[in-house]
Design a protein around this ligand. Sequence first.
Ligand SMILES: O=C(O)CCC(=O)C(=O)O
Ligand SMILES: [Fe+2]
Length: 319
Amino acid sequence: MSDEMNLPIIDLSGYLNPECPEDRERVIAQVRDASRQYGFFQVQGHGVPPSLQHDLIRSMGNLFSLPEEEKLQMSFLQNPCRRGYEAAGMSLREGDPLPDSKECFYIARDDPIIELSGFYGPNLWPNLPTEDFRDPVWKYYEQTSELGKTIWSILLEGLGQPPSLVEKFAHRAIVPMKMIRYPPQSSTLPGQFGIGAHTDFGGVTILFQQPGKDGLEVWHEGKEAWIEVPALEDVYVINCGDMIQRWSGGRYKSARHRVINKSQGERLSCATFWHGDINATNPLNPDDLNSETVGQLLVKRFRNQYSMTKESIAEVGAA
Ligand SMILES: O=C(O)CCC(=O)C(=O)O
Ligand SMILES: [Fe+2]
């Protein structure tokens, strides 16, 4: 069941380049209200150039059209830092009848040395000319990573905190980026989702939908309805993950969402997840009894999917 509701579109330029103090305050209030009501909102005036968004789409096309065999050689399951390729049909959520139809490619911070169970380490890059993938994708990563941190500052200000509080958990922030391809719905099985209903588990998600390729739906608890989020040119979808919901004492929501590819052909999207430092605990409430860190959350998420050793789990302090 869908509904007439729309997620607000917020113009971030009032925060990034304010002409008067009211501009910033307006954006902070809009972000706060949307995060309370929906856990989701859309933004324009975000500063990521459209040309870079187009370069990302082109690069993702180059990657996903590589032969399946070559993609499988980059499997993230064989990579010590969980970077690389996830084939279609590999994610099955509890309660879903069928696995997701999506295929993905993961990158993250690029560190020369593998540390802390691979949460820090080098990326894996496909064998494509650098201008056809690595350069534009990295540029895009850096820009959306910056945007993620800015959104965190705005969210913190909405809770009456100074924007600089973000620096407390941004020393070597964990920021994975997931490039996603959804096959045409006609080539999926009946009842199969592009990505089944889930909440994001961590911090801020910066989601880019290929313009015109609708498919994202967000659950509105109050109305008990799925809100369709159109894929608009130069507009990002932002949402709060479970960690934000917890850190904010429930003031900001982490809303369930899913993807059913509504376009005729394939659909591309890209999610940058700005979580925070691996050992970060709730900066809003040092007395929070649930002091789960970003690293512990990540381990929880991954331990079913990967064979993580006891030692590597202990390294990030997760029993
Ligand atoms: O592709 C999309 O529109 C949403 C992706 C998503 O929800 C996720 O990767 O967590
Ligand atoms: Fe998600």
